[in-house]
Design a protein around this ligand. Structure first.
Ligand SMILES: [Zn+2]
Length: 82
């Protein structure tokens, strides 16, 4: 599996930070203690330190899983409770 890299960071309309990844996806990096503790994302210096670092993209992992195992995809459909 190929890891994406962090290209840049930006904020959405709510002020939540997003990582812009080399795979073309974006990932929210919310700082919502005590559930999600990412105080570093609020600090420009620490954000800059993360640029170019490998990042495990949840979107790419989901696509990968869906392609690999069709049984998992059908389970997802069941969970939607249409
Ligand atoms: Zn991705």
């Amino acid at each position: 599996m190929t890891l994406a890299r962090v290209l840049d960071f930006r904020q959405d309309e709510h002020g939540d930070w997003l990582a812009v990844l080399s795979c073309g996806h974006t990932q929210h990096l919310r700082h919502q203690p005590p559930w999600q503790n990412r105080a570093w994302v609020l600090d420009a210096t620490q954000r800059n330190a993360q640029r170019g670092k490998p990042f495990r993209c949840g979107w790419c992992e989901t696509e990968h899983d869906a392609n690999e195992a069709s049984t998992e995809r059908s389970q997802d459909d069941l969970n939607k409770e249409r």
